[in-house]
Design a protein around this ligand. Structure first.
Ligand code: NAD
Length: 261
């Protein structure tokens, strides 16, 4: 990926940071976007130490704000003159609650970040990629983008929408050399998932984690590095013809009917 320029949103931790590492290993230059300034700076410092030969810039932005998304795209073009890949990864889970009593403000926030944040990214990066006649986009959906998940109505709605928008972008802009896919991770042990286990069992989140892992065909949670490797492939030129797909990375869990044992 030498001389390629890849933007990652939500890059300060979790799946975004893991993908940054895998792309850096392949020599790609990075534009790292997050709204958590302190965590982003820490991650950028770590990457710069480990990968001194690539160029890395960081931009503080909230992806739910259209102007801030336009700005991170503009800044990336200003610095590098092109954008080869966008990993639309920033997202939140929201608070877990049944559909009929879900807090409407949290609902709207989840939609603003998970759905609109991805849409704004597409809206501003696609014209840049069209000029190059080349681009690779990976949007983060979830197994919650292909299945229902108890107590997560806005999350599931937003992630189904991300899967749909990925098909849409693939269909409309394949003619311009732009391949767009969504990924659907299962439970991958990141700070977001650790927080979810705290909500399920505040007294013993590790017990909730172990209970969850038992349901997976592999009896384990996923590792962020595995997701990073998939993203590093889909967002590179090595991906020549995969587009419009929602690719599950979940140990097979979304294909299982009934209990694991
Ligand atoms: P995380 O909470 O560990 O990291 C998310 C990062 O995104 C954080 O650095 C956070 O500051 C940033 N972020 C959140 N909202 C933002 C905003 N509005 N603007 C800019 N940055 C923002 O989460 P994660 O587990 O790494 O999840 C990353 C993505 O993967 C999310 O879209 C999530 O829904 C999706 N996902 C995760 C899992 C999993 O198991 N971890 C499974 C399926 C899907």
């Amino acid at each position: 990926m030498k001389n390629k320029v890849i933007i990652i949103t939500g890059a300060a931790m979790g799946l975004g940071f893991a993908a940054a590492k895998e792309i850096a290993k392949k020599g790609g230059n990075l534009v790292l976007v997050d709204f958590n300034e302190e965590a982003l700076q820490k991650s950028v410092n770590e990457l710069k130490d480990e990968f001194p030969d690539i160029e890395i810039i960081s931009i503080i932005a909230d992806v739910s704000d259209e102007e801030q998304v336009k700005n991170y795209i503009d800044k990336a073009v200003e610095k590098f003159g092109r954008i080869d890949g966008l990993y639309n990864n920033a997202g939140i889970e929201g608070r877990q609650a049944p559909l009929t009593t879900y807090d409407i403000n949290v609902f709207k926030k989840v939609i603003d970040i998970n759905l609109m944040g991805v849409y704004y990214g597409l809206k501003y990066v696609i014209p840049v990629m069209q000029k190059q006649n080349y681009g690779r986009i990976v949007n983060v959906a979830s197994v919650g983008g292909i299945r229902g998940v108890l107590n997560q109505t806005p999350y599931v709605a937003s992630k189904h929408a991300v899967s749909g928008m990925s098909k849409q972008a693939a269909v409309e802009y394949g003619k311009d050399g732009i391949l767009t896919n969504a990924i659907a991770p299962g439970a991958i042990l990141t700070p977001m998932v650790a927080e979810a286990f705290k909500q399920v069992n505040p007294d013993d989140p590790k017990a909730a984690e172990a209970e969850y892992a038992k349901r997976n065909p592999t009896r384990a949670l996923g590792d962020p590095q595995d997701v990073g490797k998939l993203v590093a492939f889909l967002i590179s030129e090595e991906n020549g013809y995969i587009s419009g797909q929602t690719i599950a990375i979940d140990g097979g869990e979304s294909n299982m009917y009934g209990n694991a044992e």
